[in-house]
Unconditional design. Structure first.
Lengths: 303, 369, 246
């Protein structure tokens, strides 16, 4: 459905995107995963016809984003990073407004949004500015869906929204996908990557890898051990001092470690005990997306 | 069409929901009219006068003491020569000088009429007007008394009035055209530019651009409500100044409204142009306030008469639209002239409007930069 | 972490009219602890933090922060805490050194001390080269680390962090958490609020609020065990989903 070939873009001499190529299939839930400033928003603005790329081409359903932008704009639902709602308009006024702008009515496409809208319908007379983050996000999604687009592009829809609402939001996306809508979504949160069909990891305007979340982690070459200890600050320091240890990354309540030569250091726990750590633990674990990202990033940095 | 209608409806909701917009639209003009209206004094007391009595006869001194004994005037100085006139006006304490021709009384009796020259300080047109009309009244009163005493036929005394500084004595109601020009500029240029940049700041513009709405529809949708409100504003100001201060419209109301529409369109296109230059609401606001308001107040002839400005300011004032609009309104409203007297100004405004429209539509983005 | 309590809250209640924003909260936070304060939007977190930082008074209950009673010594409390949020922390149009100078000044540090410590601070972060750079020109990750360093510059007892690493790249994020570990090791208590449960995993203990009440409070490992969940995210969704939103 989306074909992006060698997209490059820069602003005032700073590279925002460098030869980005990716394809998104029809009714796929595709995630662009990367930190702030990685180039996600720029890429989305090119896809939604808002920016003209310096180099490269993007086509959606064989329509070019530069030449055929008029036709494309009827078929894209876009939710920018800041929920683009009119703060002083009520929930229903926002929805009705976006419906007329896209030449339709709320009634006509109500079936598409009824599931999501039911969450916010009790507050339909409330002004959008007074909604909680989660409700704003749902309303913005409804507004992006109201003209029944084939493709929706969601720029960091879960930023600033609480965990409960985020979970609900991803459930909704899955459902929309089931109705045949293609979804392109970005997020800075690695843990949301597993919820996508395929993801592209992006950093400093470059794609580090594109694959199914499972394959990305499955192809990870190194064994990762989670080391636990009470005093994490000293644990990290002591692990760094150990020659057999290659990388040390704090991960929540443990520290993820890889070993040089990919070989577990049998004497590590003993070493840690000598350093005064009470009852340290080591466990071989499955790598997560974030482990892969860290690995790819440090490789990139060394290149 | 339906899209545009929806857009305009939304825009009206913004306006009516934001209390500040309404204050802006109606509170500020009302306040300006009232402040300027009351600042223009409508009666005088103890205004300083001077006399240059070249006759020094019974009749002239009688008239002088008559002037002096009224509550309106205080005789500050008896002048000896013409050259002092200029000096006394410069002190600012003298509002009018009365000059009696030599042998005033004799001429009056012999020839049946005589001349008094009244020179008033035109820099305060309102005061000058009052001073002259009061003194006319006193003089005619005095001549009536004379008539009765002499039992002769009417002896007319012709006061010849001259205005110092402001020879044509612009109407004291000059402030109404000025207020209209400034308020319209504010509502049109500032408000449209702020509301457009607001969409950009809140990210809603991104979605509007991605939508099938054409840029022209976005612009029209933004502008139409302000066009309507501005027209209402004109009517409101005219009505208020008539209601409170009895300020009439001497010329054609329809012509005045048509000219206002032209000026409103100029303001709106200027607003759109500002929005294409400014990145934030704040910038738009400051550009409009400093870049438009200040010159409009100072250079439009609203506060200082254009004729008495130094060359360079006069030239500068001719590139700012309010100057031309103030002239138009002044002519129609105060002087009661018809279209033929404002053709030049109308065309200048029209040219400016077309220029701004072209500039703003070419700059208005179909995409983000 | 020590046993000394730097935040003591007992039966804290805050009402706005008939709405109860904080409903009998009771918890303690120890010196050097990294404490995660979680809750859905509108659960009452912001209200509680405003009270803890001396910005608003509770309706009832006992609250002591850094040893000072919140009712009587709100000013002292403010002196002993630091604050950093992701969205706004440093003035973007000032240089690094000017920002530090400003914050040091706000907390009443003498100019000379600020100067000396600025040097040490920048060295410890390996940021000496950035001293005269304008904040707005620096990458997000560096700004973030600086913001934290500035928030603890006056050696507060407690530092409040609001979504400190949201959106930051994974490497910078880890460097950031290492800074937090170091600060905690130096005896500064870290009080973190966040929507991101992976940030919560780094905390020593977390509390989860819903509808004005604290539902549970324990270490991430214990919570996961108790609710049979693989992650705090899962725990959170299980217990913090408000009743009307199911």
């Amino acid at each position: 459905m989306i074909r992006a070939e060698n997209i490059s873009m820069s602003f005032n001499g700073t590279r925002a995107l460098e030869s980005v190529s990716l394809n998104v299939d029809k009714s796929e839930l595709f995630g662009l995963i990367g930190p702030d400033g990685a180039g996600k928003t720029t890429f989305f603005r090119i896809v939604t016809t808002l920016l003209i790329p310096e180099k490269g081409k993007v086509s959606i359903n064989k329509l070019d984003t530069v030449d055929d932008y008029r036709a494309l704009r009827k078929n894209i639902g876009y939710m920018p990073g800041r929920f683009s709602l009119y703060q002083d308009l009520t929930v229903e006024e926002n929805l009705a407004f976006y419906a007329t702008v896209f030449g339709t009515t709320v009634k006509e496409n109500y079936h598409l949004i009824s599931d999501i809208y039911s969450h916010i319908e009790p507050f339909k007379k409330r002004r959008a500015g007074k909604l909680s983050g989660g409700m704003k996000q749902k309303l913005a999604l409804c507004c992006a869906l109201i003209h029944a687009p084939e493709l929706i592009v969601l720029d960091e829809p879960t930023t600033g929204v609480d965990a409960v609402s985020r979970t609900e939001f991803w459930e909704m996306l899955k459902k929309l996908q089931g109705e045949g809508i293609t979804i392109l979504v970005s997020t800075p949160y690695m843990d949301e990557a597993v919820l996508c069909d395929r993801v592209a990891l992006i950093q400093k305007g470059r794609i580090l890898g594109i694959d199914k979340p499972g394959s990305i982690t499955g192809n990870f070459s190194k064994e990762i051990y989670a080391i636990k200890g009470r005093d994490k600050f000293r644990l990290i320091r002591d692990l760094r001092d150990r020659e057999t240890v290659e990388s040390v990354n704090p991960f929540g309540d443990s520290v993820h470690v890889t070993f040089s030569g990919n070989e577990y250091d049998e004497n590590l726990l003993e070493y840690l005990e000598d350093k005064g750590h009470n009852d340290p633990g080591a466990e071989l674990i499955e790598p997560g997306i974030e482990d892969v990202f860290l690995e790819l990033m440090s490789k990139e940095e060394n290149d | 069409m339906k899209r545009l209608a929806g857009f305009i409806k939304k825009e009206f909701i913004h306006i009516f929901r934001d209390f500040r917009t309404l204050i802006f639209l109606f509170g500020i003009p009302a306040a300006q009219i009232l402040i300027f209206g009351f600042a223009v004094r409508t009666d005088i007391k103890n205004a300083g006068i001077a006399v240059l009595d070249k006759a020094k006869d019974e009749i002239s001194t009688g008239l002088i003491s008559k002037l002096e004994s009224s509550d309106f005037f205080i005789l500050k100085e008896n002048l000896m020569t013409d050259t002092r006139i200029d000096e006394v006006f410069k002190t600012g304490e003298i509002k009018a000088v009365f000059i009696f021709e030599s042998e005033f009384g004799k001429t009056l009796i012999n020839e049946g009429s005589a001349n008094i020259q009244i020179i008033a300080d035109g820099s305060e047109p309102n005061v000058a007007n009052l001073v002259t009309s009061y003194s006319r009244a006193i003089i005619s009163d005095y001549t009536m008394e004379l008539n009765r005493a002499e039992e002769t036929s009417a002896i007319p005394v012709e006061p010849e009035v001259k205005m110092y500084y402001n020879p044509n004595l612009e109407s004291q109601y000059m402030f109404v055209p000025g207020v209209i020009a400034i308020v319209l500029l504010l509502t049109c240029a500032m408000m449209t530019s702020v509301t457009i940049t607001r969409e950009e700041e809140f990210g809603t513009m991104e979605v509007l651009l991605v939508s099938p709405l054409k840029p022209i529809q976005v612009i029209l949708g933004k502008v139409m409500p302000y066009f309507l409100l501005s027209l209402i504003d004109v009517v409101f100001i005219l009505f208020l100044s008539w209601l409170v201060f009895d300020i009439p419209i001497r010329g054609s109301l329809i012509l005045l409204m048509l000219e206002s529409m032209l000026y409103i369109m100029m303001g709106l296109s200027l607003g759109i142009m500002i929005s294409t230059l400014a990145r934030t609401m704040q910038q738009a606001m400051f550009t409009s306030l400093l870049g438009l308001m200040l010159p409009a107040i100072v250079l439009s002839g609203f506060v200082f008469p254009v004729e008495s400005m130094p060359e360079i300011y006069n030239w500068l004032s001719s590139i700012i639209p309010p100057r031309w609009f103030v002239t138009i309104v002044k002519n129609i409203m105060v002087k009661g002239t018809d279209f033929s007297f404002v053709i030049k100004e109308t065309f200048i405004l029209l040219a400016m409007t077309l220029l701004f429209i072209t500039l703003s539509t070419t700059r208005f983005k179909k995409r983000l930069e | 972490m020590t046993d000394e309590k730097v935040i003591e809250v007992k039966d804290l209640v805050k009402k706005f009219g008939s709405f109860i924003a904080n409903d009998h909260l009771s918890f303690n936070v120890h010196r050097g602890e990294i404490f995660g304060f979680l809750g859905a939007n509108g659960a009452g977190k912001t209200t509680a933090i405003r009270i803890l930082s001396g910005l608003s008074k509770p309706s009832s209950g006992e609250v002591k922060v850094a040893g000072y009673d919140i009712y009587r010594h709100a000013e002292q409390v403010k002196r002993h805490i630091g604050y950093m949020c992701q969205k706004f922390s440093l003035y973007e149009d000032l240089t690094v050194a000017e920002n530090i100078m400003l914050y040091g000044g706000i907390y009443g540090m003498p100019g000379k001390e600020i100067k000396n410590k600025t040097g040490t601070l920048l060295e410890s972060l390996d940021f000496t080269g950035y001293r005269k750079r304008i904040i707005g020109d620096l990458p997000l990750g560096i700004r973030q680390k600086l913001a934290f360093a500035v928030a603890i510059f006056h050696k507060p007892d407690i530092v409040f962090l609001d979504e400190p690493t949201g959106g930051v790249d994974p490497i910078t994020r880890r460097q950031f958490w290492e800074m937090i570990y170091k600060a905690a090791d130096d005896g500064i208590t870290i009080f973190v609020t966040t929507h991101y449960m992976d940030e919560a995993e780094y905390c020593d203990r977390v509390s989860i609020m819903s509808e004005g009440k604290i539902i549970d409070i324990d270490s991430p490992a214990q919570l996961k065990k108790k609710y049979g969940s693989p992650s705090i995210q899962d725990v959170f969704v299980k217990i913090a989903r408000p009743a009307n939103n199911k």
